[in-house]
Design a binder for this molecule. Structure first.
Ligand code: CO8
Length: 260
């Protein structure tokens, strides 16, 4: 199959742009998650690469989040394998030594929002048709503690409490208000702005910045690292419940209806 990720690396600036291109909506399947991790690892190991911009090459969608089909009608073993890949993606991106910037050029629900939250900075296209947030409760499922922690670290306790319970999907102007994104720009200026922002971040003495990033994120990362197996078990037993499978089915049906 064709690569789901295209990486453009500029050796002169040390900045890579990762374009997600897994049609129709960049949903995070096991394959796609694996490819994301491999791409990141390669860049991480390249000493010349100091900054990473993550964006989508699909129209209107940054990432639709976890691939719902990976959580529906699958064996417990397969669900466990999938969940390990979700954990791995989060651990790798959240602990990256590079400066990471999300250039959010479309909707970014649930796992898509999580991916952007792993970055150091988020710039979103100012289009009121796009939305971003952790909408898990709307699917009848619960955002795991490390999704919650990542949001909490970004927008604070009160905003997280509201956002997670109501499963809010924010339009860009509201996302900016609570700090879920850091900046809005017209869509045609998104990559240029991300590149300018990147050079500002890369001008900071690298070692000092990296240690600071790690200091801020380490407690959150260690929490999952020390409980990965239990978190997998928890996911598998939750997602394979008949009532949860029913919720997912209803949600997929709703997506289909909305389309018709
Ligand atoms: N997974 C699988 N397929 C998807 C997904 C998805 N997340 N999202 C969309 N699709 C499919 C649609 O069903 C549709 O398929 P088809 O063409 O066969 O009918 C196709 O992609 C295109 O979708 P749309 O027609 O809806 O495209 P639009 O451009 O109109 O809208 C959106 C794009 C806004 C992304 C819209 O598709 C949408 O809202 N999707 C749902 C997003 C969502 O709610 N994702 C949540 C996933 S759950 C998650 O990420 C975290 C789970 C944590 C687990 C915790 C358990 C313990």
């Amino acid at each position: 199959s064709s690569p789901k990720i295209k990486v453009d690396f500029d050796q002169n600036t040390g900045v890579a742009v990762m374009h997600m291109q897994s049609p129709p909506v960049n949903s995070l399947s096991l394959d796609f998650l694996t490819e994301l991790c491999i791409s990141l690892e390669k860049l991480e190991m390249d000493k010349g690469c100091r900054g990473l911009i993550v964006t989508s090459s699909l129209p209107k969608v940054f990432s639709a989040g976890l691939d719902i089909l990976e959580m529906y009608g699958k064996s417990p073993e397969r669900c466990g394998e999938f969940w390990k890949a979700v954990q791995e993606m989060w651990l790798k991106f959240y602990s990256s030594n590079m400066v990471t910037i999300a250039a959010i050029n479309g909707s970014s629900p649930a796992g898509g929002c999580l991916l952007s939250l792993t970055c150091d900075y988020r710039i979103m296209a100012d289009n009121p048709r796009y939305s971003i947030g952790l909408n898990e409760t709307l699917l009848g499922i619960v955002a795991p503690f490390w999704f919650k922690d990542t949001l909490l670290n970004t927008v604070g306790h009160r905003n997280t409490e509201i956002a997670l319970q109501l499963g809010l999907l924010y339009k860009p102007s509201d996302a900016l208000k609570i700090g879920l994104v850091d900046q809005l720009v017209p869509e045609d200026q998104l990559l240029a702005t991300a590149t300018q922002t990147m050079s500002k971040w890369l001008a900071i003495p690298e070692h000092a910045r990296q240690i600071t990033k790690s200091m801020m994120r380490k407690p959150t990362i260690d929490k999952l690292r020390s409980s990965r197996e239990a978190d997998v078990q928890n996911f598998v037993s939750f997602i394979t419940k008949e009532s949860i499978q029913k919720s997912l089915r209803a949600y997929m049906e709703m997506l289909r209806q909305k389309k018709a």
